[in-house]
Ligand binder design. Sequence first.
Ligand code: NDP
Length: 407
Amino acid sequence: MNKVLIIGAGGVGSVVAHKCAMLPEVFGEITLASRTVSKCEAIAASIKERTGREIATFQVDADNSSETAELIRKVGATLLINVALPYQDLTLMDACLEAGIDYLDTANYEPKDVAKFEYSWQWEYQERFEKAGLSALLGSGFDPGVTNVFTAWALKHHFDEIHTLDIIDVNGGDHGHAFATNFNPEINIREVTAECRHWENGEFVETAPMSKHQGFTCPEGVGSYEIYRMYHEELESLTKHIPTIKRAQFWMSFSPNYLKHLEVLQNVGMTRIDEVEYQGQKIIPLQFLKAVLPNPGDLGVTTKGRTCIGNVITGIKDGKEKAIYIYNICDHEKCFEEVGSQAISYTTGVPAMIGAKQMLSGEWKKPGVWNMEQHDPDAFMADLNVHGLPWTCIELTPEQAATFTVA
Ligand code: NDP
């Protein structure tokens, strides 16, 4: 029987735990551990009510690898699903090496004191995982995650060579608050205020945050939105592993209201990640801001509308130019009905469960540290259709694809 240990009881952790519990034949025994055990217990109660299954809960400090390794041995897990924060990636990879189990996460490691997004730290674990005969799967959320698998699947089934990649993440949902972030505010704000980088002719080109934007009309009536070019971590692994890519960009939709609030917060210093002295205590403004913003895990009750995330890909097939768009549309209210969470947590948690399923089935179990596009995409793509994130692939005309050739 497979035993998994999920670390992190936030918005994403809740979805992963619920979705794993719905597949008892794959996830035989589930343990959920986090910093605040009461959050694990609340999730366990919801799972019991929705599925009738019992899951175990524990308190753990994921910054402490030996404490986590001890918990791994205690519960007898063979796979750790890390849905805590990116800061914990390395200590949790260390814990897995110490206890001799496989590892999965949804976001690349970030140091706490500098907003730096790159895989180098985690790729350095390649040899250690390989020698130990253990597998680590990096970035098994939606973006990164499904967007990487979409690209690998497109290369396998639609192209001889991929030349351009535009990943477009639209959240057409409305949570009813003046300002809130859809996932952990600290991580979200660090990401969107960072310098933009996109891939062009063999190198990353840096531009000012949010300086490039354009309109985008989603399919199936999701609506038209302004999308902003920004850096996102899958650009690094995809351009490394698919070297024919000449240009790769990531775009995310933001409402004028979100941008207005973000600008003010930045201007008054509330998004700073260095320490400031306040009444004899050192505080980090962005961490304080997180404490006063709505908890993303609680947004499900009020959020309405749909997300639309997908890839526009161009390239060559049999000597001819070709363009496709692969996307998923996800309804916030339907997610809430199924697992009690909004679609951002859902679209991250479901792929984490599916990635874990591929590892446990042996399909994606290969010693070493891997990004999603390095594995065969077919079984994962089939599972998306079965487990709540159905996708559609349409062919585009050159004119439609050219919308993304803006310099
Ligand atoms: P939340 O902040 O809602 O949840 C994080 C959880 O981790 C909380 O329960 C928190 O505990 C726990 N945690 C934090 N530090 C520790 C620690 N030292 N020891 C134990 N537990 C700890 O975040 P989300 O659920 O929104 O996001 C989870 C992850 O998913 C993040 O890494 C995020 O970047 C990633 N993500 C990935 C996406 C993708 O598509 N790839 C999209 C969205 C998110 P406490 O409750 O005590 O604070």
